[in-house]
Design a protein around this ligand. Structure first.
Ligand code: SF4
Length: 403
């Protein structure tokens, strides 16, 4: 047998290498001119210096003016983890799934300005109409979790698994937070995409067809979902793309039900049990609510677990006076707190650590792409390859048929 996976050198995720530039102790996340924000070690897309020097007020005037001029042609979508100074210009907000569904439903506008990260803009391009152009204001706004599943590594793993356990034994499922190329591999091989709200249904569907699942790229969402379905921890293995056979033995793979790709979200894995215990000591009546990208021990010690939309809905519909310790991205937690002033809401992590790749959509980039459209120049368009589009659509449509 010849196996494809080889020992390689792991790369530290950008959200971790740049953490020092973004994490802070004070809660002030006010936007500064881009020239000041890029004084940190962050490597952002270069834009004309004129835009870098604009103050938040100057940017506000220019973005509002440009948006107004282009109103018949554009729509601006914003992910919930975007900073407030971007959210205020967006026409529609949501998590990655809601934004993808929305992008598929707006055929009349020519430009979709996507304030989120790269894989989300790709999904919008896959689901939008042919004449529409999807623009990502800063091309370096990626997702470190999506970057942990490189196409070649996933193909190597897929070939190894088929060689080892046979064809049609494993169903590949990829979380929405992955590149279009990974979604395409899943579509081509009988698999599907899932989100944090339908991962359970996706796994049930997969197990009704085949005996094992390869879950990419978030091991924590995969483990938390598998556990909920009654899969024992010793029936799960981790696939480390940097090691031969993913760091497993032949037997452990043959005996497993769930093969978890070794990927994680650098933002959600910051939450830990100590933070939950400290919050409970301070507020014995507290409700702990976390995202399923958190580690298993954090999820097991929480009262509520669910997607970004679920977190917003659960807190918004809770009783006045209730107290919430939240395990998700800080821009969203702060916004929920501002919208629910009758409740006590705080982030479980006392350090203020926004998702550093989401944070790269600075208003200067938004201003730059809008004014470029006005002058007839399209910049930062996200265009997914045709073959990838076809197979990704199969995987996305399998997911949509679950609902
Ligand atoms: S919060 Fe985590 S999963 Fe979401 S975009 Fe940031 S790094 Fe990626």
């Amino acid at each position: 047998m010849i196996f494809q996976t080889k020992t390689k050198t792991p790369i530290t995720p950008i959200t971790e290498t740049e953490r020092s530039a973004f994490c802070r102790e004070e809660t002030n996340l006010e936007t500064k001119p881009l020239v000041e924000e890029t004084k940190s070690k962050a490597r952002w897309q270069k834009i004309p210096i004129e835009y870098m020097r604009l103050t938040p007020d100057e940017l506000d005037t220019r973005i509002s003016k440009s948006k107004n001029k282009l109103k018949e042609k554009i729509i601006i979508l914003g992910h919930h983890y975007q900073r407030d100074q971007i959210i205020k210009y967006t026409d529609y907000q949501g998590d990655s799934f809601k934004l993808a569904q929305y992008a598929a439903s707006i055929p009349e506008l020519e430009y979709i300005i996507f304030c989120g990260v790269h894989f989300m803009a790709e999904t919008a391009d896959i689901l939008s109409k042919k004449h529409q152009k999807v623009i990502l204001p800063n091309l370096t706004a990626g997702c470190s979790m999506a970057d942990m599943a490189i196409t070649e590594d996933v193909l190597d793993c897929w070939e190894d698994l088929n060689e080892l356990v046979g064809n049609n034994v494993v169903t590949p499922i990829t979380y929405m937070n992955s590149t279009a190329a990974i979604k395409s591999i899943c579509g081509e091989n009988g698999g599907l995409v899932c989100t944090s709200s339908n991962a359970t249904e996706a796994m049930k569907w997969a197990f009704s067809n085949r005996e094992k699942i390869l879950f990419i790229p978030d091991q924590h969402l995969g483990r938390n979902t598998g556990k909920k379905l009654g899969i024992k921890l010793d029936e799960m293995v981790i696939w480390n793309p940097f090691k031969e056979l993913g760091g497993n033995t032949l037997d452990s793979i043959k005996n497993s039900k769930l093969i978890l790709w070794q990927g994680h979200c650098s933002v959600h894995t910051r939450f830990n049990i100590d933070q939950i215990e400290n919050a409970k000591k301070k507020f014995p009546e507290i409700n702990i609510i976390v995202h399923p990208e958190c580690t298993m021990d954090v999820v097991d010690n929480s009262d509520f677990v669910g997607s970004t939309e679920y977190i917003i809905k659960t807190i918004s519909e809770s009783a006045p006076g209730s107290i919430w310790g939240v395990g998700t991205e800080i821009n969203l937690v702060n916004r929920i707190a501002k919208q629910n002033t009758d409740k006590t809401i705080f982030c479980l992590d006392s350090m203020v650590c926004p998702c550093s790749t989401m944070y790269r959509i600075h208003p200067a980039y938004l201003c730059w792409v809008l004014e470029s459209i006005e002058s007839g120049k399209i910049i930062n368009q996200i265009e997914v390859d045709k073959k990838i589009i076809n197979n990704s659509k199969i995987a996305l449509n399998r997911m949509l048929s679950l609902e």
